[in-house]
Design a protein around this ligand. Structure first.
Ligand code: CP3
Length: 335
């Protein structure tokens, strides 16, 4: 059994596995070299030879316990016909929604369009570094976070426009379509070799209390149950959600990934499923002593429960690879 799977099923598990959100990415010079030659990000995600190489890059450097596929949550809108572009120093930019086009997307066309992602999973899961020893994490964006990008057409920063909820019909219809294609995307990732699925709900913190069931709990629960029906563990990352306890008791993921604003001691008191993450990615910009001090804090707080070491959001591009090396070794050596 892999270290992460053991941590999930074995309540007495006391060795901390580690992987890092956005571990395949811009802090690695070998990634930047490939990226510089491939200005179209979506095309790069759909190039299975390069995307599998990028997925393996961090595992060649560090003793991580999982690979996460090099892809993006916005491959879903791309797959159903909403154009996605990534602009330098701006982030994603999506075209206006053409609802009829989205509604009429055929499942086989969606799978064909995203086939290189499934091929990437096949390539990586049969690679020596990963096979039988490490988990291969597939992922999706949660329906809410995808809805935010699809309607807002760019990252929302701190709050949504006041007119975001204007067209309730469109929102309801979109959520249904998003859920249908997310299920297809999940099924194909698992059948191609994903051993765990993580659901990224990066904008969960924007939802008001009165809308939580409609936009977060119900749609996420449907997907969590769907993933579990394959006997595959599911990790949820509802970033900045106000009530992690209520989220866990309602949605029931196998693992809850906490963001860096969460007080780990409070979480320990309130939650009794395996916990992942928490460390502020900005700590990795500091010196080794500071990294050690903060990593140790998480290890000590979670020493008696199953805990997967990770960050509280994606690793920052300015992070030095040596610091990641130091962190991984420190966590692996800590008993
Ligand atoms: O974790 C990994 O290493 C796997 C790859 C991965 C990417 N995106 C690659 C990527 C994962 C898991 C994601 C998830 C993702 N994508 C999320 C959820 C996690 C989070 O950060 O909140 C979101 C919201 C997106 C959407 C997205 N993709 C944004 C907002 C951006 C631009 C800003 C940014 O963070 O770079 C991207 C682009 C993106 N996705 C890059 C990478 C490596 C950078 C592309 C580049 O080189 O310019």
């Amino acid at each position: 059994m892999t270290p992460i799977q053991d941590c999930i099923v074995n309540k007495n598990h006391r060795i901390n596995p580690i992987w890092i959100m956005r571990q395949a990415g811009r802090y690695l010079p070998e990634f930047r070299e490939i990226r510089a030659k491939n200005p179209d990000f979506i095309k790069l995600c759909l190039n299975e030879n390069l995307s599998s190489e990028i997925t393996l890059q961090p595992l060649k450097r560090f003793d991580l316990d999982a690979a996460i596929i090099f892809s993006d949550i916005l491959m879903l809108p791309h797959g159903i016909g909403q154009e996605v572009k990534f602009k330098k120093n701006f982030g994603p930019e999506l075209s206006l929604i053409n609802f009829d086009k989205i509604k009429n997307t055929e499942e086989k066309d969606f799978i064909n369009k995203l086939k290189p992602i499934y091929n990437l999973l096949k390539i990586v899961s049969s690679n020596q570094i990963v096979r039988n020893k490490k988990d291969l994490i597939g992922f999706i964006g949660a329906p809410w976070t995808l809805l935010v990008y699809m309607i807002n057409r760019k990252s929302p920063k701190l709050k949504l426009n006041d007119n975001f909820f204007n067209d309730k019909m469109l929102i309801g219809n979109l959520l249904n379509i998003i859920e249908k294609f997310l299920k297809l995307h999940i099924k194909n990732q698992i059948e191609s070799g994903a051993t765990i699925i993580q659901i990224f709900d990066s904008w969960a913190g924007l939802v008001e209390e009165k809308h939580l069931s409609e936009y977060i709990y119900n749609p996420t629960l449907n997907l969590v149950n769907y993933i579990k029906s394959f006997n595959t563990p599911v990790i949820c990352f509802p970033r900045e959600i106000k009530n992690y306890k209520e989220f866990c008791s309602t949605v029931n993921p196998d693992v809850i990934s906490i963001d860096y604003n969460v007080n780990p001691e409070e979480i320990l008191k309130n939650i009794n499923i395996p916990i992942q993450g928490g460390l502020d990615p900005r700590i990795l910009l500091e010196d080794k002593e500071t990294v050690k001090k903060h990593a140790l804090k998480y290890l000590q707080i979670f020493k008696d429960v199953p805990y997967i070491f990770n960050l509280g959001h994606g690793i920052l591009p300015e992070t030095k690879p040596e610091t990641v090396d130091y962190l991984v070794k420190f966590v692996k050596d800590a008993k």
